[in-house]
Design a protein around this ligand. Structure first.
Ligand code: IMO
Ligand code: MG
Length: 459
């Protein structure tokens, strides 16, 4: 881990990763936007349009799904790495919207090796979810009670996906014979052949999931893909060399994680996860940059917990406190508009995520949302089969069996949205932050006390 590579400008800047430590929606967009001006590029390495990052620019809130959150910083390159799965039409809609809002898109670079989310991936995602929803839930797993908020997300055995085609696109990447990459959109002959091959497979399998599945028309699908490719051509490039050229020049890179560690396909609450490597462990395969080049890792967490979709959530609150957090925190999905499940902070989970990511700092977001509560509970251990453990269980069936053990801290009543430093925080808010730092074993580098850029305490 050498610092020398970053010393070109005289100021030591290190390659940094920003990743989510919980189940997503931690406020990664705000943190990336805050830091982006210090970097030469912001690079996405995983996920697709399932992500929803919001950034405030010119007084307006912008939702980003595929474009990296540094797009509003001029002179900062926005790189969509090979590990991302791209829905070309969704990307073009987003680019048009951002362009109209005044963003400079000239620094956008899209990996020619990123896999394409095709229309049949979104169709398959929806059909699989429907089929799973019709089945009764697994015995022993937390069943979202009928009528509860959770029931809206993962009925039956469904995962509660965003239906953006993410799982089927990554499955085809692994399958190889049914995959399309961004570079293919620029090669008409090869693309038409590939699409025909894929459609033969899909037309043989999709009606097995649902007899109502429409027959795919390879010509129409290829025409649409080529049309999108034509518009995206100026941006499609070899991003691996692009990033290594920046590294060679000593220009620091900010890596933007989408989704979050507890949704990681290997290390999250499987199978209620997304289909990519969301932690820093996904950066090397998703960008071609080795892990040894990443010096800083900022783990982003909320001051409480939320989750969208199905799956176990030990500290979930289905009472008025949960509703209060949802309303005050505006906990509704950026991508799907779904109300998020809310709960107390699970520090067993956060400490596990910080460990996996090698977090060098944490960003504690939405602390202001907790003001007005008499007491604040944090989960500091799990009880399972009568025994206590401080270890996370990255498996849905196992995690569904735990009972959270809480430590209760005094709440704070004051409005903290104007605090300029930690010293200005009310005693109990500062104590809450210090408790998190000590339990997780990582210092807080960012504390967010409101949506605006200025409502941030940095150290
Ligand atoms: P950001 O980047 C919150 C969840 C979905 C679902 C599961 C699988 O905004 O933090 P998928 O469509 O990926 O197959 O869905 O993962 N999920 C997210 N939840 N924020 C996200 O991203 C998410 N990305 C995926 O709700 O439970
Ligand atoms: Mg989200």
């Amino acid at each position: 881990m050498t610092r020398a590579a970053n010393e070109g400008s005289g100021r030591v800047r290190e390659n940094t990763a920003v990743v989510g430590l919980q189940w997503g929606d931690e406020g990664k967009g705000k943190v990336i936007d805050l830091l982006a001006g210090e970097f030469s590029a912001v690079a996405r390495y995983n996920g697709g349009a399932n992500a929803g990052h919001s950034v405030v620019f010119n007084g307006k809130r912008h939702a980003l799904h595929l474009v990296p959150s540094g797009i509003f910083r001029s002179g900062v390159k926005s790189v969509i790495g090979n590990g991302v799965v791209i829905d070309p039409e969704a990307l073009l809609v987003e680019m048009d919207r951002l362009g109209a809002a005044g963003a400079d898109l000239s620094g956008l670079a899209i990996s020619d090796r990123a896999h394409v989310v095709m229309p049949y991936h979104k169709l398959e995602d929806a059909l699989r979810e429907e089929m799973l929803a019709a089945q009764s839930s697994f015995e022993g797993e937390t069943e979202a009670g009928a009528g509860s908020l959770a029931a809206q997300h993962g009925p039956g055995r469904s995962i509660g996906t965003t239906k953006r085609g993410i799982g089927p696109a990554y499955a085809d990447k692994a399958a190889r014979s049914t995959s399309i990459r961004m570079g293919d959109l620029l090669r008409e002959g090869a693309l038409r052949e590939k699409v025909a091959q894929v459609c033969a497979f899909k037309n043989a399998t999709l009606p097995g999931i649902s007899p109502t599945a429409q027959t795919l028309d390879p010509k129409a699908i290829a025409d649409a893909a080529l049309k999108a490719g034509e518009r995206l051509k100026p941006y499609i490039t070899d991003t691996v060399y692009l990033l290594h050229d920046l590294l060679k020049a000593g220009s620091p890179i900010l890596f933007e994680g989408a989704n979050a560690t507890l949704l990681d396909v290997d290390h999250g609450t499987y199978p209620y996860v997304t289909s990519s490597s969301c932690s820093v462990l996904g950066i090397p395969p998703g960008t071609g940059v080795p892990g040894s080049r990443i010096q800083n890792v900022i783990g982003v967490m909320k001051a409480y917990s939320t989750r969208v979709g199905g799956g176990p959530f030990p500290t979930e609150l289905t009472d008025g406190t949960g509703d209060r957090i949802r309303e005050r925190g505006r906990e509704y999905g950026t991508t799907t508009g779904r109300p998020r499940r809310c709960g107390w902070l699970d520090l067993v989970a956060v400490r596990y995520s910080a460990m996996l990511n090698g977090a060098t700092g944490i960003a504690i977001m939405l602390l202001d949302v907790l003001s007005g509560l008499d007491e604040l509970k944090v989960c500091t251990a799990y009880e399972i089969d009568g025994k206590s453990t401080d270890r996370f269980i990255p498996d849905a069936t196992g995690l569904a069996k735990v009972r959270p053990v809480f430590t209760t801290l005094p709440g704070f009543q004051e409005d903290i949205t104007g605090a300029k430093s930690r010293a200005e925080l009310p005693k109990n808010a500062e104590q809450y932050v210090a408790f998190i730092e000590k339990f997780v074993g990582v210092p807080a580098k960012v504390i967010s006390i409101g949506p605006d850029r200025e409502q941030t305490i940095q150290s």
